[in-house]
Structure formats: C-alpha cells, structure tokens
Design a binder for this molecule. Structure first.
Ligand SMILES: O=c1[nH]cnc2c1ncn2[C@@H]1O[C@H](COP(=O)(O)OP(=O)(O)O)[C@@H](O)[C@H]1O
Ligand SMILES: [Ca+2]
Length: 496
C-alpha cells in the first residue's frame, strides 16, 4: 500500500497538475494547426475571374478563367473554369446585319453571369479579340468591320463585367499569345525550361511560333516578339499566314482547280462519289481568292470527288509559292523561317482534324500516317456517310483538311519524317484549351511578371509540417523540463 503511494507520488503523470498541463498543451497544438490550415484554406478558396471572347472566322467562343485571389499578380495557376460556344457563325459573317453579331453573344454572356459569383462581376475583366475572319473583312470592307465591332461592343457593355475592349489581334499577337498559353500551362516559363513551339490552325489563318537559337530578330524583324517572363528573356519567331487557315486554303485549292472556269472539276481531295454544285460567286467571295476569279463561263460548276491523296497533295502544294526567298531560308510565300527547334504543340483545327481521322499519335511513322490518310481519302463517299453521323459539310472536308495539315507541315514548315514526332496534337493542357485567349488575358492583366517573384522558401505543406513538428517538439521539451524539476516541486509539500 505504502509502496504504491510512493510510486504514485514519484510519478508526476499521476498528478492532476501534469494532466492539466498535458491537456492544455495538446489543445494548444491542435488549435494552432487547425487555425493554420483553416486560415490558409479560406484564402485559397477565394477566386478572381476573367473573361475572353475568341471571335474566330468560323465561330466565337467564350472562356472564363479563374485564379486564387491571393496569388493575383504572382505565379498562381490561372485555369479555365468554363467554355461556351456561341451559336451560329463568326462575327465577320454578320456584315448585312451587324446588330446580330452583338446579339449572338448574349446567351454565352448570360452563362458567364451564372458561372461567376455576382459580387465579383464588376471586377471581372471582359475582353474580345477578333482574328483572321475580321482581318479579311477589314481588308474587304473596313466600314463593315467597324459596324460589327460597334455592335459587339454595345452588347458587351450591357453586361455587369469590367469591359476592357473589343479589338482586332495582329497575326503576331495571335501566334505569340498561343505560345505563351502552351508554355504557361506546361509550367515551362517559371522554370526557364526549353519552350514548346505552337502551331495553331484556324479557318482563315494559321500561326507558327517557336524559339530558335539561330534567331535573334535581326533577320526579318517583323517575325520577332521579345518577352521577359519570370526573369528569363525570350525572342520568339512567329508568323501568321493569312488565307492559310483550312477554310481559306480550301478556297485557294478550289481556285487553283477552277482557273479556266470549267463547268465541272474532279477534286482529288474529296471522296469518290462526292458531287456538289457550287457557285463561282460563293467560292471566290473572299479577298484570298477574289483576284483569281476566272471570266465567268457559267454561274456554277460541279464539284466531283476523285479520292486520291497523292494528287490532292499536288493540288495543295500548288497553293504554296516556293520560288522566291530573299532571306537565308524561307517556309513559303517568301516568308523567313529559322530552323525548326524543339517540341511543338499543334492545336485548334490541327487537333480536331487529326483526332477525327484517328491520326493524333505522332510516334507512328509518318509513312504509316500518310498511308492511313490515303486509305481514308480513297474510301467512297457513300461509305464515309454511312460510317459517320456528323454534318455532311464538315464530313466531306476531312480528307482535304488532313492532307492540307501534312502538306503544310512537311512542305510548308519543313518538318521531316524524323522531326514529325516532335509534334504533339493537343486540345487541352490541364483542363484549359490551348489557344491564344489565355496568353492574351495573362498579358493584359499583367499576370506574368517580368522578374521571378519572391516565392516563400517553403511550400504550403512543408510550412504546415514544420510548424506542427516544432510545436510538438517545444511541448515535449517543456514537459521534460517540468519533469526534471518535479522532485523539487514535490519535496516541499511532503515536508509540510
Ligand atoms: O470539331 C471540329 N471539327 C473540325 N473542325 C473544327 C471543329 N471545331 C472547329 N473547327 C475548325 O477549326 C477552325 C477554327 O478556326 P477559327 O474560327 O478559330 O478561325 P481563325 O482562327 O482563322 O479566325 C475552323 O476551320 C473550324 O471549322
Ligand atoms: Ca482561331
């Protein structure tokens, strides 16, 4: 009995005061860690938003981006929160009724209101950028393009967002911002890693952008865009070929085949059995081909399919001009291009077309890819129609588009069967679409700093772990000190 009491008295863990200290200590640690976690999480859950409308030649898309509020102006990941495809055609098609270009955007803007918390609407920047469709309209009829912009602006101002303008993007901007998007999403810019080139295929224009060690902007300075991003300098080579988007390229190919004003053509880029009557006026209704219009013999011609990949390649080659180059090297049409370098991401119509054709795997030898495309082009139109349930206008064009893509890459840009595998067909990177819109917004909101920002030395997880371990360690030390002092505490009451 007495030994038991002695032991109890010697063992401080049996003292109420020790138990109380331990409980308080544990509560303190739990509170500290909980506060740390909750405090940080509440901030991280608050987002800021930005909206960009991509007014392309074929259609308009609205993108909503979001980023953690406290990482504003920092390296915080901006990601795509929502995408809305505007019904109908691109804004450049509304020349007869410009107000309808504005009205066409309303339903996507309403969707944007629903997708962004109401109290954030007034501080959400709203941008519209128009590309090659509007570039062509401006060339053709500049007052009509002004009217379309006015109508679009009126609609955008009617929404509670912070309207930042609707404008025509220069080809260099379209190419450069596509490159920024791809490299930002791949996290190559903050790390100063070797960058990925960007290949963008639209309906009316196509862009190529990449960094080459052999290009510093001195030869053909119009193709240079220089950036300082996160403390690293880049001189980008970029070029936008107006009229070489896949829809205008098809017009160029048809123009080439109808030079003499025939009443029928057999087009090798369309399937055997394909048979459509086309109006000369409609085919030549674009500044890309209007000057090539033949003296009209008849109003229409019959567009027949021939289904021959090799011949289709020959037709497509003829829309490129390889004869003159006043630089050290050129891609086509006398445009300078430095040697290709590094990996490339090919997006927008590059992806849609090659994905439809099941040809996105670039580790497959180019020869095999060409053979598969050749087989596809040789498939009769009746069979193609049976196998696919998509609008016939689009379905009819995949043989042409696939052949155009390979010819543009191999003959135009000088990729080879060896370098073909450096191309990756991409649609999205980490849930955000590849395209110029994200890069455009990052630039206009100053979200990519020129210098590397001062980043905290620890990641969030390491920070919480270190604080937790330190708190536990301090508590243990405190208890050990208490324990070592305990006999002194105990002796006096014992004497009494
Ligand atoms: O799902 C699809 N399948 C095939 N082509 C598509 C699909 N979605 C978009 N496209 C094509 O991608 C191109 C997009 O071009 P866009 O409208 O951005 O023109 P731009 O960039 O020249 O102004 C168009 O040729 C359009 O037909
Ligand atoms: Ca586009």
């Amino acid at each position: 009995m007495s030994t038991q009491r002695e032991m109890k008295e010697r063992n401080p863990w049996h003292r109420p005061v020790t138990i109380i200290i331990t409980v308080i200590g544990v509560i303190a640690i739990v509170t500290l860690v909980t506060v740390l976690v909750i405090q940080n999480r509440t901030i991280a859950q608050k987002y800021k938003y930005g909206i960009v409308l991509d007014a392309g030649s074929s259609h308009t898309s609205l993108y909503i981006y979001q980023w953690p509020a406290e990482k504003d102006n920092n390296t915080g990941r901006v990601e795509q929160k929502h995408h809305c495809q505007v019904a109908g055609k691109g804004i450049s098609s509304y020349t007869a009724t410009p107000y309808k270009a504005g009205e066409s955007l309303i339903s996507c803007l309403k969707e944007a209101k629903e997708n962004i918390p109401q109290k954030m609407h007034p501080e959400t920047p709203l941008y519209l950028g128009a590309t090659a469709g509007m570039r062509l309209l401006k060339l053709e009829n500049s007052s009509a393009s002004d009217e379309v912009f006015k109508a679009v602006e009126k609609t955008l101002r009617g929404f509670p967002f912070s309207y930042q303008g609707a404008r025509l993007l220069a080809g260099q901007e379209e190419g450069a911002f596509g490159w920024v998007t791809v490299n930002y999403l791949d996290d190559r810019l903050t790390q100063g890693l070797e960058t990925t080139g960007a290949l963008d295929l639209g309906g009316a224009s196509t862009q190529i952008s990449f960094v080459s060690d052999e290009y510093n902007g001195s030869e053909s300075p119009d193709n240079a865009v220089s950036f300082r991003l996160y403390g690293y300098d880049y001189t980008l080579y970029t070029h936008s070929f107006l009229c070489y988007g896949k829809d205008q390229a098809l017009r160029l190919a048809l123009a080439h085949q109808t030079k003499s004003g025939p009443t029928a053509i057999t087009d090798p880029c369309f399937h055997n059995g394909y048979n459509e009557t086309r109006h000369y006026a409609a085919v030549y209704d674009s500044p890309c081909v209007s000057d090539q219009k033949p003296q009209i013999v008849s109003e229409t011609f019959i567009h027949l399919g021939g289904g021959n990949f090799t011949q289709c390649q020959e037709v497509i080659k003829s829309i490129f001009n390889f004869t003159s180059c006043r630089y050290s090297r050129c891609s086509f049409n006398g445009i300078f291009q430095p040697p290709l370098q590094g990996q490339f991401g090919a997006f927008s119509a590059y992806f849609f077309v090659m994905n439809f054709l099941n040809l996105t795997d670039t580790s497959v030898p180019l020869k095999t890819v060409m053979q598969k495309l050749s087989d596809y082009c040789a498939t009769p139109w009746t069979q193609i129609k049976k196998e696919h349930d998509i609008p016939l206008k689009y379905l009819a064009e995949y043989c042409f588009s696939g052949t155009y893509i390979l010819t543009l890459m191999m003959e135009g840009y000088n990729f080879t069967s060896e370098t073909y595998s450096s191309i990756k067909y991409i649609q999205k990177i980490k849930n955000s679409d590849a395209g110029w819109t994200l890069g455009y917004m990052l630039n206009l909101t100053n979200m990519i700093p020129a210098e590397a920002p001062d980043s905290p030395p620890l990641t969030y997880t390491s920070y919480v772990s270190v604080v937790t371990v330190m708190a536990i360690l301090l508590f243990v030390i405190f208890i050990l000190i208490l324990y070592s002092l305990w006999p002194k505490f105990n002796t006096e009451p014992k004497i009494i």
